[in-house]
Design a binder for this molecule. Structure first.
Ligand SMILES: O=C(O)CCC(=O)C(=O)O
Length: 268
């Protein structure tokens, strides 16, 4: 298979049902090796050029040991813009969310360096000023992710759990959310990713990742999609106000979120 970010990926109805039930799904053969090499080289170049991390791993906080993080790469590169707005991934997002279309919330690269630490347990929507739960993150490894590289793991069916929704990524979120998930018997699915495999998780699904104990960086691109009809929530926490100012500037509580930073990616 050549470079392809356009042709539809055929989801079957059982996969859509499984996503609705579990709050996440891992899909194989979403992107070809050629596609990942083509766009991945530019994503890596920009991640290394734009990240602002200057400290050695041992001197960083738990959050900063988890990964190098660069956001909205699509605004820096026409090639990455094409990737992030690609209809193949966007259509999967819309079909899994069971909505008529999706917009971009933001993208980010997440590179877990060799020796990089855990990604503490959390739910992404803690940070997002979004009024409904129709949001999904595509987690797109640029290489295979074996167990020792820190693949993303998911607490299946945790998307309706309220406990822990008020915790940002921290040692506290790791301790309290992991303990709560264990106490209530939520299954934690944390297997390796094949090359070309992509996971999708809802904004309220709890997830985390182990450390990178291997010798190569765990290079990952993510794209966060939201229902094309998404409105800004009427009551925002400080973290959500900060996100709103960055990723949908000008949109006000209650507004349809359709700023220039939130292009339509796919519509039926
Ligand atoms: O890549 C990671 O380790 C964490 C990713 C994550 O939490 C996310 O994409 O929502």
């Amino acid at each position: 298979m050549g470079i392809d970010i356009t042709t539809p990926y055929r989801l079957d109805p059982t996969q859509i049902e499984r996503f609705a039930r579990d709050g996440f799904i891992k899909l194989k053969h979403v992107l070809s090796a050629a596609t990942l090499a083509h766009y991945g080289a530019e994503i890596t170049r920009l991640t290394l050029a734009l990240n602002t991390q200057g400290r050695p791993l041992q001197e960083r906080s738990t959050y900063d040991r988890a990964f190098l993080q660069v956001m909205n790469l699509w605004e820096h590169s026409a090639l990455i813009k094409a990737f992030v707005l690609g209809p193949r991934l966007g259509r999967i997002a819309a079909e899994l969310l069971q909505v008529d279309g999706v917009r971009l919330y933001h993208d980010q690269s997440l590179y877990k360096e060799p020796g990089g630490g855990i990604t503490p347990a959390h739910a992404d929507q803690y940070y997002w000023p979004l009024a409904s739960d129709r949001t999904v993150t595509a987690w797109i490894p640029l290489q295979a992710v074996p167990a020792d590289m820190g693949p993303l793991g998911f607490y299946a069916r945790s998307q309706s759990v309220q406990f822990g929704r008020d915790l940002g990524i921290s040692d506290e979120s790791e301790q309290k959310i992991s303990a709560n998930m264990a106490r209530h018997g939520f299954a934690f699915e944390c297997g390796a990713f094949d090359l070309g495999e992509v996971s999708f998780h809802l904004g309220w699904t709890f997830h985390k990742a182990g450390p990178n104990t291997g010798t190569r960086p765990r290079a990952v691109m993510t794209v966060i999609y939201m229902d094309a009809q998404m409105r800004m929530s009427n009551s925002l926490s400080a973290a959500q106000r900060n996100d709103a100012a960055q990723w949908c500037p000008g949109a006000m509580p209650g507004d349809l979120i359709a700023t220039p930073k939130n292009p339509l990616v796919w519509a039926a």
